[in-house]
Design a protein around this ligand. Structure first.
Ligand code: C2E
Ligand code: MG
Ligand code: MG
Length: 562
């Protein structure tokens, strides 16, 4: 073949290669040793704009920044030198001026003895956008658009891992009894309130992603550079102030209450630990009325820890049965000698903590439902003991949680039957707040117990809502004046007035009245002068262990009989 023919063949092959290059759907770019673009295809021009002539004639530095240019040169030098493929991802300006994410795969090729780099580009913008969207969705709450728990953790992790971390505060904010609002007004109103609160919360966040919705009605606020606990407390007050003004909703203006738990920590604490502390604090704040905040500290940690251990211990004690005991405190009539009743009071002899007062463990038992088996255990014990004193009333405390437990009436009556005790001998002591929450179901259970002869006693009267008007409606047989009034009898005119009022109403409604916590004779004299006929208190007897109670009761019964 002559030189001319050879030239023709090369030209023909070039045209053929060019045709193939143009036909490729992927954008392709060819670069020579001096980083000059020697070829691009139509797909490349479609992606990056301009035509082939532009790319072949325009120097790189006119469309690449100095940094891009340096990287571009270094990467090509690497491919030329090593002959190994190189894959990178870059952002380029697309033909329409938008930013495109592009994966570039570079390979060294030889073309008629000349080394070149062939670059094939893949536009991954849609993929990256989808990934970004997925990441956004995974880290944000669609209702409020705030970061969710995952998003918050990401923020928190970044803050704690920063090279110069500062003390941080994490606030967890719970909308007080939000479930009730949701139930009362419906989800639509609930959603509007959540959005309204989220908007206000985001308004006090120092940076956009520092306010989050971490649960149904729980929000969080993350504060970096919070110098001390006092500053954290200020942040809590600021958060509480968010709900001072009512929120607009489809049902009109609604006022929300908040509970805020806060953990403040020096650098070094882990995100999980900070969360745990804030949750402790929130739990504590939620035990208080609305708009309370609680800062985590070591004492709180200890308290929460104790409560948790006690819960497990109580469960075990109930299963074993040998640490729990029932004591009996006599109730005395106006003569001051005759026993008319006893109140069963549970006692817990903890193997390592010693005697734990019921005021400390009844709330724990109530919080996890253990109160139902515990209450039945107490009644069973007390009925076994008191069945042999049929003329002496047995008073047993009944927690509101027990009232809400299905079949509680059947269980109580079955226990009495088992011990041969007539329901008339039993008095169930409930508190005022328990009686206020009575619904139709509870009412049916109470009515069944009353129909069988069980008496209902309102305990600690005066400490709750003190609605005397309720007494009649609630079909109460007796009230117990709380010991706080009896204690103040000698010193407070108000206490005397309240006691007199209760006794007066009791008389006119035919409801018996017992005074609790009678500790001295002056109190007894006052009470008797006001017309009170039943007393319970240390003046007559402390709560007694079963054996001592039997001795006490037998002596009194004998004395009364003699
Ligand atoms: P409560 O039903 O009002 O019981 C009276 C409490 O006052 C008892 O405390 C009793 O020991 C105490 N007390 C009696 N007389 C005096 C006195 O003269 N002075 C003083 N300062 N205190 C007196 P306790 O036994 O510690 O029980 C506390 C509370 O725990 C009870 O208050 C009751 O609400 C609850 N509780 C006790 N046992 C049970 C139970 O078996 N079930 C339920 N649900 N609650 C119980
Ligand atoms: Mg009681
Ligand atoms: Mg009481």
């Amino acid at each position: 073949m002559g030189q001319h023919d050879q030239g023709n063949a090369t030209a023909a092959r070039d045209t053929c290669f060019r045709t193939m290059l143009e036909a490729l759907p992927s954008p392709v770019l060819v670069i020579d040793r001096s980083d000059r673009i020697v070829d691009v295809n139509a797909a490349f021009c479609a992606l990056c704009g301009n035509d082939r002539d532009y790319w072949l004639s325009t120097p790189n530095e006119s469309y690449l920044s100095p940094e891009q240019l340096a990287r571009f040169t270094a990467e090509h030098a690497q491919v030329f030198a090593t002959g190994e493929d190189l894959e990178t991802e870059e952002v380029v300006v697309g033909h329409d001026g938008t930013l495109r994410s592009v994966v570039t795969r570079r390979r060294r090729i030889e073309c008629e003895g000349e080394p070149l780099v062939l670059t094939v580009l893949t536009d991954v913008t849609a993929l990256r956008d989808a990934e970004t969207r997925a990441r956004y969705l995974a880290q944000h709450d669609p209702l409020t658009t705030l970061p969710n728990r995952t998003g918050l953790n990401e923020q928190l992790g970044a803050l704690l891992a920063s090279p110069s971390p500062s003390p941080v505060a994490l606030l967890l904010i719970d909308l007080y009894q939000f479930k009730d609002i949701n139930d009362a007004f419906g989800d639509c109103v609930g959603d509007a309130l959540l959005r309204g609160f989220a908007y206000r919360l985001a308004g006090i966040a120092r940076e956009p992603d520092r306010a989050a919705r971490t649960g149904g009605d729980t929000f969080a606020l993350l504060i970096d550079d919070c110098p001390d606990a006092a500053a954290a407390a200020d942040a809590c007050r600021q958060a509480l102030a968010l709900a001072e003004a009512p929120f607009a909703s489809p049902a009109g203006a609604v006022t929300l209450g908040l509970s805020v738990g806060c953990a403040w920590a020096e650098p070094g604490v882990t995100a999980a630990e900070l969360h745990r502390r804030a949750e402790f604090a929130l739990y504590e704040a939620k035990q208080q009325p609305a708009n309370a905040f609680c800062l985590f500290d070591a004492a709180l940690a200890e308290e929460v820890h104790t409560r948790r251990t006690l819960k497990a211990d109580l469960r075990a004690a109930l299963a074993a049965g040998d640490q729990l005991d029932v004591h009996y405190q006599p109730v005395i009539d106006a003569s001051g000698t005759r026993v008319v009743g006893v109140e069963a009071l549970v006692r817990w002899h903890h193997p390592t903590r010693g005697l734990i007062p019921p005021a400390s463990f009844i709330p724990i038992a109530e919080a996890n439902g253990l109160i139902v088996p515990l209450g039945e255990w107490v009644l069973d014990r007390a009925a076994a003991m008191m069945a042999r004193f049929p003329d002496i009333a047995l008073a047993v405390n009944l927690s509101p949680i027990q009232l809400r437990s299905p079949d509680i009436d059947t269980h109580i009556l079955a226990i009495l039957t088992r011990h041969g005790m007539h329901p008339r001998q039993l008095q169930l002591e409930v508190t005022e707040s328990a009686m206020l929450a009575v619904d139709a179901l509870v009412e049916t259970r109470l009515a069944r117990l009353r129909a069988a002869g069980v008496q209902l006693v309102l305990d600690d009267f005066g400490t709750g809502y003190s609605s005397l008007a309720h007494l009649h409606k609630l079909a109460i047989d007796r009230v117990k004046i709380d010991q706080s009034f009896v204690r103040e009898l000698g010193s407070s005119q108000d206490a005397r007035a309240i006691i007199q009022a209760v006794l007066g109403i009791g008389q006119s409604l035919g409801i018996g009245v017992t005074a609790e916590g009678v500790e001295d004779e002056t109190q007894q004299l006052f009470l008797r002068a006001f017309g009170c006929h039943e007393f319970q208190g240390y003046l007559f007897s402390r709560p007694l262990a079963a054996r001592d109670a039997v001795t006490f009761l037998e002596a009194r019964t004998e004395r009364a009989a003699a």
